[in-house]
Design a protein around this ligand. Structure first.
Ligand code: FES
Length: 215
């Protein structure tokens, strides 16, 4: 299904550089004439802002998304990442809990409650598919995806995740923030639901979807 209100989403392989990410995001953002990276986002993420943002859903087809890939699209001026996580990544996530600031995502408003129901460590509706707002919760920079499990210069025990080069905040592959970095909370999870197995609607909660209304 085609996206609504944006150009086709962009697939990014693992370990592409920050330049490619910014170029890709800018291309999508340019299509709707809005800026992204320079605008601190977290301050606007409150209940009234949520209500305003809820009215403009974007649909993403994830049929072609492969393990380790990230689909980047734009929703209401924010970059949205849809990432397909490997089995190895899913198994590594619980081992990180002791190193994280909020491993069970108990801070309110950083994600909808339904993404914590099955497994709070995954922060997702489907185990392998992670949907995140791609802006650092410190000052709104765009973190790099470092999805492979291997030592990194900034973390010899790296299990895959996101690294923000602005002030060195780190997040795991669920967007959970590490201890001892400037970012105060986990990456945000936008409202979303599955229209079918391979179609995600960003901006609409499952309880508000057409299928919920018909049930
Ligand atoms: S904006 Fe990401 S660490 Fe400062």
């Amino acid at each position: 299904m085609a996206n609504q209100g944006v150009n086709d989403p962009i697939h990014e392989p693992v370990n592409t550089g920050r330049r490619r990410f910014l170029t890709a995001t800018t291309a999508v953002v340019g299509a709707v004439g809005a800026g992204v990276a320079a605008v601190p986002f977290i301050k606007s993420w409150n209940p009234s802002a949520r209500a305003k943002l809820a009215g403009a859903p974007v649909t993403a087809d994830i049929t072609a998304l492969q393990e380790g890939e990230r689909l980047v699209l734009e929703w209401r001026g924010q970059p949205i990442w849809i990432v397909k996580r490997s089995k190895a990544i899913l198994e590594a996530l619980p081992t990180l809990d002791d190193r994280l600031r909020d491993p069970m995502s108990q801070v309110a408003d950083q994600q909808p409650a339904y993404v914590l129901e099955e497994n709070p460590e995954l922060r997702s509706i489907k185990p392998d598919i992670s949907v995140l707002v791609g802006l650092c919760t410190h000052l709104g920079c765009s973190p790099e995806m470092k999805a492979e499990i291997h030592p990194e210069p900034f973390d010899p025990e790296w299990k895959g995740g996101y690294f923000c080069p602005c002030h060195k905040s780190r997040f795991d592959m669920s967007g959970r923030v590490f201890q001892g970095v400037p970012a105060p909370i986990n990456l945000l999870v936008p409202p979303h639901h599955y229209e079918d197995d391979n179609t995600i609607v960003i901006g609409v909660d499952p309880s508000q979807s057409n299928s919920a209304g018909a049930a």
